[in-house]
Design a protein around this ligand. Structure first.
Ligand code: HEM
Length: 337
């Protein structure tokens, strides 16, 4: 072989080695650090934490069957403002109005149950279990109670935030008057997809809504004393018979009539019969992809799978972990306030 040919073989050999090395790859470092929550975070330092949450929650669900609806709504409102950091649980201070004071949060309840769980856990293992985790676990346990098994997973290790501002609520909590594009953007900003929006709206299978939040659909939809054409006319008559009038702020109606204490996929059946209570429910049928997904969720197994996936996603929105935030001693106050 000539020297030229030898050089060529050598170059080819080096190149191919390089290509192979690159293809096999030096191990890529994983720069994407998933939120640092994990299963059984309290196993070592408060092994009974999850058991305590479950037993106190179940005791309360037994005497108050509307608690699952209360708690899951509180969790949704927590996670959408500053992430799932328990900020919605904080009371106002002389210096600041907390999230609780904002209009969308005024009807929230269930805080007493979270406070009772916290007090019990502080006795057992002080300053270990966060209020953000207690709320996330208690919600799962309350909603799952009727089935006697957990409906979704709750990894733990969230820490509690120290800031709660009423002024941050309206801009983050979706409105019942919103159309599809607005809702889609509200959810996208929290890292949630159209599928999550549809599946999580299925939580409206439990609980109630106040008349003033849908009465425009019954009495004055476009300003001409008319009705929302996307609302089932017979159902509109029924709703009109329930509410005192357009300004009734006190009467509530079941969002899934006849089945509002049972967590199931019945919401999607009534939704597809144009009996969704709010504009934000009805609008899920106006987008092709979302509408198709509502059809899929008529299948109970698919609904439970999708709901679980989306709850697991919602439960880790912008969580504080590691040394961020704090572990509150009381869920309605920050430490050292
Ligand atoms: C898609 C955007 C959403 C909007 C616009 C919305 C809006 C509302 C409104 C206006 C009410 C009635 C409040 C009242 O009259 O006092 C309500 C109730 C409720 N929402 Fe939503 N919601 C949405 C998503 C969610 C999600 C993601 C969940 C949970 C995963 C949820 C769970 C509930 C529950 C369980 C109730 C009944 C609460 C009770 O009975 O006390 N909602 N929602």
């Amino acid at each position: 072989m000539t020297t030229k040919l030898l050089n060529l073989v050598l170059i080819l050999a080096i190149c191919s080695t390089f290509v192979i090395c690159n293809a096999g790859g030096p191990k890529k470092q994983n720069f994407y650090k998933k939120n640092d929550v994990r299963d059984n975070y309290y196993a070592e330092h408060c092994p009974r934490a999850e058991e305590v949450v479950q037993s106190i929650t179940e005791k309360h669900v037994l005497s108050n069957p509307s608690l699952p609806a209360k708690l899951i709504r509180v969790l949704f409102h927590d996670c959408f403002v500053r992430g799932c950091d328990g900020s919605v649980l904080l009371d106002s201070t002389p210096n600041f109005q907390s999230e609780k004071e904002a209009i969308p949060n005024r009807g929230l309840s269930g805080f007493d149950v979270i406070n009772e769980i916290k007090a019990t856990l502080e006795n057992e293992c002080p300053e270990i279990v966060s209020c953000a985790d207690i709320l996330t676990l208690a919600t799962r346990d309350a909603v799952s109670f009727q089935y006697g098994r957990p409906l979704w997973k709750v990894p733990t290790g969230r820490r509690d935030g120290t800031i709660s501002l009423a002024s941050e609520v309206l801009g983050n909590i979706p409105s019942p008057f919103s159309n599809f594009t607005v809702l889609k953007n509200d959810f996208e900003r929290k890292g949630l997809s159209i599928a999550d929006l549809v599946a999580l709206s299925g939580a409206h299978t439990i609980g109630v809504g106040h008349c003033n939040l849908f009465s425009r659909r019954l009495f004055n939809f476009t300003g001409n004393n008319d009705q929302d054409p996307s609302l089932n006319p017979k159902y509109a008559n029924f709703l009109r018979s329930q509410c005192e009038g357009p300004n009734d702020r006190t009467t509530t109606v079941e969002m899934d009539p006849g089945s509002s204490l049972s967590f199931d996929n019945h919401y999607f059946q009534i939704l597809r019969e144009d009996k969704g209570l709010f504009v934000s429910d009805a609008t899920l049928l106006t987008n092709k992809k979302a509408r198709k997904f509502t059809k899929k969720l008529l299948n109970p197994k698919k609904f439970f799978d999708e709901f679980a996936k989306s709850m697991e996603k919602m439960g880790v929105i912008e969580v504080l972990t590691g040394t961020q935030g704090e572990i509150r001693k009381q869920c309605n106050f920050v430490n050292n306030n």
